[in-house]
Design a protein around this ligand. Structure first.
Ligand SMILES: [Zn+2]
Length: 357
């Protein structure tokens, strides 16, 4: 009994401290706060590395049950407002995660208790934080791995359905890396980028994930750099990046690829065809350019590259992914729009009259 009272006291003081700072509190935050769960285990769980957190808890289920009861009693006494928020995973499938195998405990774990009497704005802020869909997370691999879809490997991987995938196979191959360090630049570029993902690497000696930087769209980074950097720094960065890109490009392949796009899709704007071909012909980006089919300028490979471009630039696919819609659902929702654009680009020059001048 004495032990129970002591435990209850620990739970309450931790919950009070969290509530004072964040205006809301959840069971997961309390268990982490009293040291029964480590941030490392919670991070790994969010990445889909563990089915639930029961194995990561430092204490047995009876003690957890006592702590949850104490927390619920305290929240009721304080007249806190309870609301359930699902735990959404940081892997691309964005599936709902479970903390335990027990349904009743699970409901308590989904509950966030919010301080009553908050202003409208503060309340909105707290609700947004509770419901916040976590960033998409790309892992910088420390161990050997192969892509579950294409069998390739690389420096960066994305976990989907518990299996590692290369970025090309999960439609993220066009993103470029910005290292951590400049917080303002990162924030602005992320805001401007339709699709972005945080890059994490497991630090073996410190036993936790470090944030290396962020993957985002080239255009978003250009835009953010222009608003953040002095002209001299800007020119210097562009020179370095252009040089790196040129070194990785297969110029002959790009020209042939571009020609093939124009032949199959006469209505595709010239700049777009150039952009798609450049991406396909740059080493380290674009499965199409790497594969034998792509090298042979197979019609299907060229069409896939065109579709990838339409998906990111002419549909709200990236927005759907960022808002937590699973990849396959997002693809299904935009399929009709892709077909429309493909038809338009195929037809143009045949069915439509030539412009008069
Ligand atoms: Zn792959």
């Amino acid at each position: 009994m004495k032990g129970e009272a002591k435990l209850e006291q620990r739970v309450i003081s931790t919950a009070e401290r969290l509530l004072a700072g964040r205006k809301s509190v959840s069971a997961l935050e309390v268990l982490t706060g009293i040291g029964w769960l480590s941030d490392r285990d919670v991070d790994a769980w969010r990445l889909g590395r563990a089915p639930d957190l029961s194995g990561a808890l430092a204490v047995g289920p009876e003690k957890v049950a006592l702590a949850l009861q104490a927390l619920q009693r305290w929240a009721a006494e304080q007249r806190l407002e309870a609301g359930e928020v699902p735990h959404i995973g940081a892997s691309r499938t964005r599936e709902e995660l479970r903390v335990t195998a027990d349904d009743e405990a699970e409901r308590v774990f989904r509950t966030h208790w919010t301080m009553p009497g908050l202003s409208e704005a503060r309340r909105a802020q707290v609700t947004a934080r509770q419901a916040k869909v976590p960033d998409l997370v790309v892992v910088s691999a420390v161990e050997d791995w192969v892509c579950a879809q294409c069998g390739d490997t690389g420096e960066l991987l994305f976990l989907e359905n518990d299996a590692p995938h290369c970025l090309d196979c999960v439609d993220m191959g066009h993103l470029i890396f910005l290292g951590a360090g400049d917080a303002t630049l990162t924030r602005r570029a992320k805001k401007a980028s339709g699709l972005s993902a945080v890059v994490m690497r497991f630090n073996r000696s410190r036993k936790r994930y470090d944030r290396l930087g962020i993957l985002l769209e080239q255009g978003a980074l250009d835009q953010a750099e222009e608003s953040c950097l002095a002209d001299e720094d800007l020119r210097q960065r562009r020179r370095v990046r252009d040089g790196e890109r040129r070194a990785a490009q297969d110029v002959g392949f790009i020209a042939r690829f571009q020609e093939e796009i124009r032949r199959l899709f006469p209505g595709c704007p010239a700049e777009r065809a150039e952009e798609i071909a450049q991406h396909a012909g740059t080493r380290g980006s674009g499965r199409v350019g790497r594969s034998a089919a792509g090298q042979a300028l197979d019609e299907r490979a060229v069409t896939l590259a065109v579709i990838a471009s339409i998906r990111h630039l002419d549909t709200d696919y990236d927005e759907l992914l960022m808002s937590g819609v699973p990849r396959q659902d997002a693809r299904d929702r935009i399929a009709a729009v892709i077909d429309q654009v493909l038809d338009r680009w195929r037809d143009s020059g045949r069915g439509t009259p030539a412009p008069t001048r």
